[in-house]
Design a protein around this ligand. Structure first.
Ligand code: F6P
Length: 568
């Protein structure tokens, strides 16, 4: 590994340091320190938030530049249900099931839409030998696909299944450990909170296994399935330790984490990340600073003050976000109330089991526990706690944008990591000047904006910005209340790319104009995005279509400054 070397005109960045695997992105990667393939094997009973964890982990690792893919065994099982049914009747022989899932029931040929056969709880009975053989075969078929994918260039593959018996895990290990290039990390999700489990059961009975089924029957069947799994469940432990396998147990959404023998870089990233996630309902607001004096001139970088327009935006933004936070608190409080009412109507035995629960795993579409109704609330010792933190970069234009928030009420943090992409020797220039005076550099950036690193000491690429923002992302995951981030164009693009799962290679071309406020709210299947646009003439915000707000435009470096000058 090399240390810092001077810029050589290449659009591919040099390595930052031994421990920052910057060049893992894309071709020509020089990332060797942990250059192995990793299989994350999920373990746990149904309805324990495994798929939620898996989706988050995939989003994080992909954003960090690791080519990551989820291999879900439940999806494959559902596809083969028509061929093998419940394994009770004639389950067929144990030939490979790949490609057999397309079998169409005969009624379909007659133009009648046939409902696919589903697996009832009997299919998950550990004493149902045929069904167990089918389940194992599906899991191993998925594992084969996963290995093929790793061989063809993938880096991190996630086997998303219950894998809840030692027999199953032994088979998986035996297959994976044949290949010295492949490392294994078991991740077990354990949840003892009955309220969380009940909510997950609700999600499951609304899921693909129970489409069109009576909800009461669906719940009864799913609970019977759970019992079947519980009978045969072997948590991670002695067996894995005996084989010296890396593992991590996440208990009650990271309240307790047990890590065993974690060695690799990616593995430690996974564990660190999973230790920090939480399910508290919150909103992450992200916006760029108000228009700066440099924006008016079309100059990049620098540390200019806000323009007149920028100050006006800042004042309106402050009131707007305060209102949104108050409305969010009210909404979530009402939902909490409703949930409590529903709980009161449950049988007593259920209520006792629910008494300890607080949060949802994954988070409810909307639910809030112990959430404040105003801009601040009290902790156990009565100290006021802000329900909103404001994070800005250390650049004047961002700090000035947040000046309207009273630091006695809100925690305000100025973080260097949020500073704009540093343009090195090109700081303070306009795009036109760069194009005219340094056409080769201009062209190199246009061709490969994500990897292109500006020349000069400290010059950055978007790949560098990802590295810089990694601790911010973990901190955002760790926070239990809402946060507003006032950043800059490249920083906002990079944050949104993580939160909304936008491929990093597209991210530098995302439209992120001044005056837009992005609000991400955690939901069971990802973050929900709302976007508002500031109308300068009316001095107010209007909601706009979130999808179109995240547009990717053709790289045209001449467009942005004009955009910033006119259209807050
Ligand atoms: O023009 C505003 C700005 O934040 C610059 O300071 C920064 O260099 C630029 O935007 C980042 O956008 P892009 O990567 O599209 O050049």
């Amino acid at each position: 590994m090399s240390t810092l070397t001077p810029y050589n005109g290449s659009p591919v960045p040099y390595l930052g340091s031994l421990h920052l695997p910057i060049q893992r992105y894309g071709p020509g990667s020089n990332y060797q320190e942990d250059d192995h393939k990793l299989v994350v094997v999920m373990v746990g009973l149904p309805a324990r938030g495994k798929s939620y964890i898996v989706k988050k982990l995939k989003r994080y690792l992909s954003w960090l530049g690791f080519n990551t893919k989820i291999f879900n065994v439940g999806d494959r099982r559902r596809r083969v249900a028509d061929d093998y049914g419940n394994g009770i009747n004639d389950a067929g022989n144990a030939t490979t099931m790949r490609d057999t899932h397309t079998a169409v029931p005969s009624e379909a040929n007659a133009g009648v839409k046939a409902r696919p056969r589903r697996h009832s709880s009997a299919f998950f009975d550990p004493n149902n030998d045929k069904a167990r053989a089918i389940r194992n075969m599906v899991a191993m078929d998925v594992l084969d696909d996963l290995i093929l994918w790793l061989k063809s260039g993938g880096q991190v593959a996630i086997h998303d299944a219950t894998n809840s018996t030692i027999l199953r895990r032994r088979a998986i290990l035996n297959r994976l450990q044949r290949d010295p290039e492949i490392k294994v990390l078991f991740v077990e999700s354990i949840c003892n909170d009955q309220r969380i489990i009940d909510r997950n059961i609700k999600l499951k009975t609304n899921g693909p296994d129970y489409v069109g089924m009576d909800p009461v029957a669906a719940e009864a069947d799913f609970r019977a399935r759970l019992c079947n799994y519980e009978c045969a469940y072997n948590p991670l432990g002695e067996y894995e330790e005996h084989r010296d396998v890396q593992y991590c147990k996440i208990i009650d959404v990271g309240k307790k984490v047990i890590a065993y023998n974690i060695q690799g870089y990616i593995e430690s990233q996974c564990v660190f990340y999973l230790m920090n996630i939480n399910l508290h309902p919150r909103i992450i607001f992200i916006t760029r600073h108000g228009q700066s004096e440099d924006n008016v001139l079309g100059r990049i970088g620098g540390d200019a003050n806000l323009s007149e327009k920028g100050r006006k935006f800042a004042a309106t933004l402050t009131e707007f976000v305060k209102q949104k936070i108050a409305a969010f608190a009210e909404r979530t409080l009402a939902e909490q109330q409703q949930e409590e009412d529903e709980e009161r109507q449950r049988p007593l035995s259920d209520s006792i089991a629910l008494a300890n629960g607080h949060s949802h795993y994954p988070p409810a579409t909307s639910s809030l526990h112990e959430y404040p109704t105003s801009s601040e609330t009290s902790s156990v010792d009565g100290t006021p706690q802000p329900s909103l933190e404001i994070w800005t970069s250390m650049l004047k234009r961002a700090m000035q944008t947040a000046e309207g928030f009273d630091p006695d009420v809100y925690t305000i943090r100025h973080l260097r990591a949020l500073n704009e992409i540093y343009a090195g020797k090109r700081e303070g220039m306009t795009y036109k000047e760069i194009m005219e005076q340094y056409p080769d550099e201009f062209e190199a950036r246009r061709k490969n904006k994500f990897y292109y690193r500006y020349p000069g000491i400290g010059g950055e690429s978007y790949a560098d910005v990802v590295q810089k923002l990694q601790p911010i992302i973990v901190e955002l995951e760790r926070k239990r209340h809402s946060v507003m981030i006032v950043g800059h164009r490249a920083v906002v693009r990079t944050l949104l790319s993580y939160l909304m799962e936008i491929p990093t290679t597209h991210m530098p071309d995302m439209e992120v104009p001044l005056g837009y406020v992005y609000a991400c709210e955690p939901r069971p299947f990802g973050n929900h995005l709302t976007v508002w646009k500031y109308l300068e003439d009316k001095d107010c915000f209007v909601e706009i279509d979130a999808k179109s707000a995240l547009q990717i435009r053709q790289t045209n470096l001449m467009t942005p400054p004009a955009y910033d000058q006119d259209s807050t």
